[in-house]
Each structure stands twice: as C-alpha cells, then as structure tokens.
Design a protein around this ligand. Structure first.
Ligand code: NAD
Ligand code: UFG
Length: 347
C-alpha cells in the first residue's frame, strides 16, 4: 500500500485508474481543477470502490501550476504517511485546440509539470508515472512503432508532451533517486463495465470513439470518416485502440515496478499492438449497440497518419503487462456508459 498523489484524477483515464488503485488498497490524494472533468466522476469512483475506500481518497481542488495548491495536495496525505509517488494525468489534450492556443498548452502541460516536479523535489518524492502519448512520434516512419522511434511531434500538444519527456530525462540525469515511467498511450477508449464512469468530452468530440457513440445514441446525426483512400485494406485510417481498463492496469503495473526496482527512467508504449480501421470500429460499435451509425467518407484530416500501431513488447517485458480487452469489449463498455449517461456527467 502506498500514498499516491494523482493529478488530473477526475478525468477520463484518471478516474478509471483511481478506481483500480483504490481497489488495490492504496491511499490517494487527487489534485484536479476540474477544467475538463466533473467532481461527479470521483463520487462514482468511491461508490464503485465500496465503503472501505471512503477514507482513502482525498480530493483537493487546485491547479498543478500553483505551488500553493500542490502544497495543499502534499499536505492532504495522512499525518506520518507522506506521498511516495505521483501519477501525473493533469494536462490539456486536444490537438486542434493546441494549434490555436499554444501558450495555454505549454503553460499547463510544461509549466504545470515543471511546478509539480519542483514540489515533488521539495517533498523528497521522486517517483513519477507520467501520461505521455504516442503523439510524440508524430507521423511515424514505420509501424508498429517501438520506443526507439524518433521523437518528432507535429503539433503544439505533441511538442509539449515531448518537452516534458525531455525535462524528466534531464531531471533523472541531474540527481540520483528518480524513478520515472514515461507512458506513451496509444488510443484510449471504452469505459468501466458498470457504465458509471467513462469519457465525457466537452462540446463536439474530436476523437473517433466518443463521436461514434454519440451518433449511436442519437446525439449527433452522422460520423465523418476522415479519408477513404489511405493505403490500408479498407481505405480508412488504422489506430491502436486500448481499453481504458487495460490502460489503468498498465499504470498499476508501472507503479509496482518503479517502487520495487532501483531508480530508473522508463519509456514505454501502452497499446495493444493491434490496429483497427475507422470502418471496423463503426461496424463493431453497431454490433455492440444494436444501433446504426450513419457515416460518410470525407477528405482526410490534416496531420493524420494512415496507421499508428504500438509495438507493445517492451511494456510486456518490463511491466509483465499486456492488454486483455478486445475491440468488442471497448465498444460494449463504451456503449453501456453512453447509454446510461447520454449527456455525460451533465457538466
Ligand atoms: P482528461 O481531460 O479527461 O483528464 C485530464 C484531467 O486533468 C481533467 O480532470 C482536468 O480537469 C485536469 N486538469 C487539466 N488541467 C489541469 C490543471 N492545470 N491543474 C489540475 N488539473 C488539471 O484527459 P484524459 O484523457 O484522462 O488524459 C489524461 C492524460 O493522458 C493527459 O495528460 C493526456 O494528455 C494524456 N493522454 C491522453 C490520451 C487520450 O486519448 N485520452 C492519449 C494520450 C495521452
Ligand atoms: N476519425 C474520423 N472521424 C472522426 C474522428 C476521427 O474518421 O470524427 C479517424 C481519424 O482520422 C483517425 C481515427 O479516426 O484515423 C482516430 O482518430 P482520433 O482523433 O480518435 O485519434 P488520433 O489517433 O487522431 O489521435 C488521438 C489524439 C492524439 C494522440 C492519439 C493517441 O488526438 O493526440 O489519439 O493517444 F496522440
């Protein structure tokens, strides 16, 4: 059992990971400013985790860019049991928005991470799991993508994630004792099978899965498939979708390894190693939901790659972790969430 600080714990990936970490017996302090989430997600996490978790989750409303808010979060841990590790989810993640508002993205993602690291150092806490993204690889020269592929992001969001990765490497090299995992997620989707927590994007979804599920539930009319002429078997883009519960298990595995092994800096892909096309996702979602998902093929979206699929072998080797849930489960659980919460958490 460990005392953990979870930044951004109310968000999509954070909420599922908090549930799993509570179920594993850890004590959590969540620091979140609810910029892109609702406190309701954490209420539901507690409800799912059961009565034994009630006094093991402290929620601090605050900003990772504020030294004072971070101080309150570190102090929220029970007396005599300081925070031993941080899982750092807090950040901004919309590619298009990052192109329009680079200052905000660099501020939250880079300055926020820098402030967090300074507070960790001040508290003698040197274990960190960081939410990075396969976006750091940009348009990959070859797929499956291994961790040794070039880091060459193509948008401000990706630049900010790559910059934090570099900062973490510099920090680990500057001082002994840091245990850091930079986890590069591929495409996280789905929801907890209960349908009580899930992804709740604000406004029109940028990403495929939430868009498809909102079309299926009748909130939107038609999916635009961005490109039907990619060099893929059915002409639509291929991605490596990963069930959010598998991703949460990946964080738990990374924490276990970091806390058990000597200090190190890890960079690991979290993906399944299997690609699915947009049209395959549409069909799988239609089967899972029993609804039709009207769609039309339009022009390619700027900045998209034909296919991005993880080489997941290093994560399997280092963490003893691999994905277990298939596309059908991603669609089934995503649909359970969407159907029970057609307007998300009602923000
Ligand atoms: P999310 O937006 O649902 O969660 C992020 C959380 O951070 C939210 O609860 C938000 O309110 C909080 N937050 C934002 N700015 C903050 C600040 N300044 N101070 C405190 N809290 C703040 O996103 P998510 O999908 O759960 O993603 C979590 C992390 O994983 C992000 O860092 C994201 O960049 C990364 N990531 C996500 C994906 C994806 O497709 N979902 C893929 C790769 C990497
Ligand atoms: N797509 C559509 N229509 C849509 C939305 C998406 O056809 O309305 C297609 C895209 O062209 C792509 C696939 O569905 O082929 C997946 O697109 P997403 O937007 O869901 O995901 P991306 O792979 O483009 O990128 C997202 C984030 C990246 C991050 C990556 C992996 O935007 O920053 O997931 O985590 F790196």
């Amino acid at each position: 059992m460990a005392e953990l600080l979870i930044t951004g714990g109310a968000g999509f990936i954070g909420s599922h990971s908090c549930l799993m970490l509570l179920e594993a017996g850890h004590n959590l302090v969540v620091l979140d400013n609810f910029d892109n989430s609702s406190p309701e997600s954490l209420k539901r996490v507690l409800e799912l985790a059961g009565p034994s978790a009630a006094d093991r989750l402290q929620v601090v409303e605050g900003d990772i860019r504020s030294a004072g808010d971070l101080e309150r979060a570190f102090e929220a841990a029970p007396a005599g049991r300081p925070i031993t590790a941080v899982v750092h989810f807090a950040g901004l993640k919309a590619v298009g928005e990052s192109v329009r508002e680079p200052l905000r993205y660099w501020d939250v993602n880079l300055c926020g991470s820098r402030q967090l690291l300074e507070s960790m150092q001040a508290h003698g806490c040197r274990s960190l799991v960081f939410s990075s993204s396969c976006t750091v690889y940009g348009l990959p020269e070859q797929t499956p993508i291994s961790e040794s592929a070039a880091i060459q992001p193509i948008n401000p969001y990706g630049h900010s994630k790559a910059a934090v990765e570099q900062l973490l490497a510099d920090l680990a090299a500057s001082e002994a004792g840091w245990r850091i995992a930079r986890l590069r997620y591929f495409n996280p989707v789905g929801a907890h099978p209960s349908g009580r927590i899930g992804e709740d994007p604000r406004g029109i979804p940028n990403n495929l899965f939430p868009f498809v599920s909102q079309v299926a539930v009748g909130r939107r009319d038609c999916l635009q498939v961005f490109g039907g002429d990619w060099p893929t078997p059915d002409g639509s883009g291929i991605r490596d979708y990963i069930h959010v519960m598998d991703l949460a298990e990946g964080h738990q595995a990374a924490l276990d390894v970091l806390l058990a092994e000597p200090p190190q800096l890890l960079s690991l892909n979290l993906g399944s190693g299997q690609g699915h096309s947009v049209l395959e996702v549409v069909r799988a979602f239609e089967v899972a939901s029993g609804r039709s998902v009207p769609h039309t093929i339009v022009e390619r979206r700027d900045g998209d790659a034909a296919s991005t699929v993880a080489d997941p072998r290093l994560a399997a080797k280092r963490l003893g972790w691999r994905t277990r849930r298939c596309l059908e489960e991603m669609c089934r659980d995503g649909w359970t969430w969407q159907q029970a919460n057609p307007e998300g958490y009602g923000r």
